[in-house]
Design a protein around this ligand. Structure first.
Ligand code: AMP
Length: 182
């Protein structure tokens, strides 16, 4: 049963691919975790518990891997899911935010009509590295009127300081597992 899988078991289901997409990056690939039924289910339940304790009324997940875990957590908790999209995908009037990456810039967009004023939205993504993506997501959701105080991840890379970045933006970080290095 999935309840028997420890966090170490779940960590062992994440595949590490060296030098992807750039030399020196250890890519933490969740494909192997997703294809393990008990591992995927147990991961979702852990994230759902974090989100529930954070008072989630809705889950927001970032394209693309945040959709996988975020949507599953929303179903587990019986609440709605808000997709945070890459530019140009939504067919309605959107609000967006541009943010800096290590190399270059990126942009995220949402349908502001998907946010009820004052509702508590918990962010879910597969991994936090620098925290830039999650911080931009929190800013965007707040701009739309949401209360955002918690973000939930399968993986944290603590050496990259993402949790500190989010904490400075008044967002608490909860992660199922940690990996050293980049
Ligand atoms: P960041 O904005 O720096 O926190 O980056 C977060 C996003 O980049 C996450 O949604 C991850 O999917 C992806 N990412 C960054 N570093 C890695 C890594 N070492 N392995 C896998 N995905 C990563």
């Amino acid at each position: 049963m999935s309840a028997d899988l420890s966090v170490d078991d779940l960590k062992a289901l994440v595949r590490t691919v060296p030098d992807f997409p750039h030399r020196g990056i250890q890519f933490r690939d969740i494909t192997t975790l997703l294809s393990h039924p008990q591992g995927f289910a147990a991961s979702v339940r852990h994230l759902a518990r974090f989100a529930s304790e954070a008072g989630a009324q809705k889950i927001a997940g970032m394209e693309a891997r945040g959709f996988i875990f975020g949507a599953a957590v929303a179903v587990e908790l019986g609440i709605g899911f808000l997709p945070v999209r890459k530019p140009g995908k939504l067919p309605v009037e959107i609000i967006g935010i541009d943010y800096d990456l290590e190399y270059g810039q990126d942009r995220l967009e949402i349908d502001p009509g998907a946010v009820n004023p004052g509702e508590t939205i918990v962010i879910v993504d597969d991994l936090i590295a620098t925290g830039g993506t999650a911080r931009a997501t929190a800013q965007l959701l707040r701009k739309a009127g949401a209360e955002v105080g918690h973000a939930v991840f399968v993986i944290d890379l603590p050496d990259l300081g993402g949790a500190d970045t989010l904490r400075a933006a008044d967002v608490a970080v909860h992660a199922l597992m940690h990996f050293d290095g980049e």
